[in-house]
Design a protein around this ligand. Sequence first.
Ligand code: MEV
Length: 433
Amino acid sequence: MSVSEKGSRLPGFYNLSLEERLQRLAAAGDLSPQDLDALSGRAGLSLEQADHMIENVVGLHALPLGVALNFVVNGREVLVPMAVEEPSVVAGASFMAKLARAGGGFQAHTTPPEMIAQIQVLDVADLPSARLAILEEKERLLAEAAEIDPVLKRLGGGPRDLEVRVIEASPIGPFLVLHLIYDVRDAMGANAVNTAAERLANLVESITGGRVHLRILSNLADRRLARARCTIPLSELAFDDFTAEEVRDGIIAAWAFAAADPYRAATHNKGIMNGVDAVVIATGNDWRAIEAGAHAYAARSGVYTSLSTWGRDRQGNLVGTLEMPLAVGIVGGATRVHPTAQAALKLMGVKTARELAEVIVSVGLAQNLAALRALATEGIQRGHMSLHARQVAIAAGATGDQIERLAQRLVAEKTVRIDRAEEILKEWKAQSA
Ligand code: MEV
């Protein structure tokens, strides 16, 4: 039975032991014992595999892997693996997904998986005529690019378009730039587009009479966008002493701050990336590429701004949207080699790169909501502190049941510091001696 039939709610998951959680996942999804071993870290990436991935390998670097619950994306229940070191991220995403599911969950869609390869052409005698020469030969160039990757061609991918830009002002003066638009299907696509750009270089030189310099993809993948929106029913927003209207309007005012001010927008978008990166990392994708694309897209108007929007619908419900480039793949690279990434994709039940991007953009929106809701009401520290306190307790040497007990005491004392944690542990030791 698949996850979609069983749902992503998993009530009480938080309180289960590590082993029980894995058993719950096994029951909720189509996961084999090997998948569970990969997710649990008992049998994730091996040193041998790592040694083939990068240079000078000496070991592995681990991160906590959590599962965000309650997500419904395009009507499909999905359990979301998140690799992240920061407390509150997984809990925040799960809680906001629960609020969103009361409004039908997340509606997400993506544009086709088209990447941009840039080819820089220097030493062109006459830029306008070189530009037209390229455009006249566009079909020939596209036909040449189409032959480069027969596998991608068979899968329906390949070159889609060619654009020519003249960069008028640069530190070395004007030059020409070609954009090869390339559909990479279910791959992230860096290798495919870089290869294509390199292979077109000779032809571009003969057409323009110039000298091809750089041939590389652009991480501003603005042809490969993912969009998500959600509606949070007003009735879901009230908590503690805060009315639903206060929470809604507080969230909208918090967003307005990010929309108008780059200093705030950077932090606001960082909150979005807390969710986005965690899934990107869990699935073995290139989070630096995603980060670069996100922030460049946020600055596309010339002023850095929020990637998301928050407002209200006619009924007064809170509505949110997020739009960003998401160049993620489910084939090739680390996604294929890393056993935990494979198990993570299986857990989500995604079958295409576009579906993966649709889940990721939804998580980004949920994460953004979690941050804004906290910031607009009780502040971020209260929720953070209890989770942070657990890390401090562990760092101070607490084990087993002591961790939770010590964390609670630190929060109650409002002193979440390692020196105080060590002091309390010493007291407990003295008492039990
Ligand atoms: C912390 O990792 C993320 C936040 O700063 C995001 C935000 O301010 O919106 C809480």
